[in-house]
Design a protein around this ligand. Structure first.
Ligand code: GSY
Length: 161
């Protein structure tokens, strides 16, 4: 058997039937023979961060185990977005579905096509809060430091949490 790694994915949608897009994305990933969805957070309604002149998002996070490499998993995330009709036009604009790889095992990568852990996850409550929830589900060790970071960051001026 090949190495099996645990990875965390952030999902978001702010166009159309947002909940349907999120549910469908999780189902499509689960259908992949080399991806097993092992945990998911609740759905969170969140105000848009970054490009704020757009509709509110629904965000969540999932835990998967996979025998795919980080690059192969990224390709599957992009394929799933395509299957759900994601049109990558305005970089920060509204989207039917957005799948972001947040962490892959203990892998650290700084490449143009893939940075791990996700470079902006620590600035985004819409990512951190669902991620911490899904980590705490199975008492993963990464939960405590992220929870401590979140509690320190909350309430700080200008922190886009
Ligand atoms: N609340 C919220 N704001 C966002 N801004 C961007 S871009 N995105 C897309 C994810 O990078 C989001 C999002 O998912 N949720």
């Amino acid at each position: 058997a090949e190495a099996c790694e645990r990875a965390y994915i952030g999902l978001g949608s702010n166009i159309g039937d947002r909940e349907q897009f999120l549910t469908e994305a999780v189902r499509l990933l689960q259908e992949h023979p080399q991806i097993r969805v092992t945990g998911q957070s609740a759905l969170y309604e969140t105000d848009p961060v970054g490009y704020t002149d757009q509709a509110p998002f629904l965000n969540m996070a999932i835990e998967v185990t996979t025998t795919l490499s980080p690059e192969q998993l990224l390709e599957q995330l992009l394929e799933t977005e395509r299957q759900l009709g994601r049109v990558r036009d305005i970089r920060w604009g509204p989207r039917t579905i957005d799948l972001d790889m947040l962490m892959y095992g203990d892998v650290r990568r700084q490449r143009p096509e893939l940075t791990l852990p996700h470079p902006r996850m620590h600035e985004r409550a819409f990512v951190l809060i669902p991620l911490i929830e899904v980590l705490e589900l199975h008492h993963r060790p990464q939960a405590a430091p992220l929870r401590a970071f979140l509690e320190r960051a909350e309430g700080k001026e200008g922190v886009t949490l």
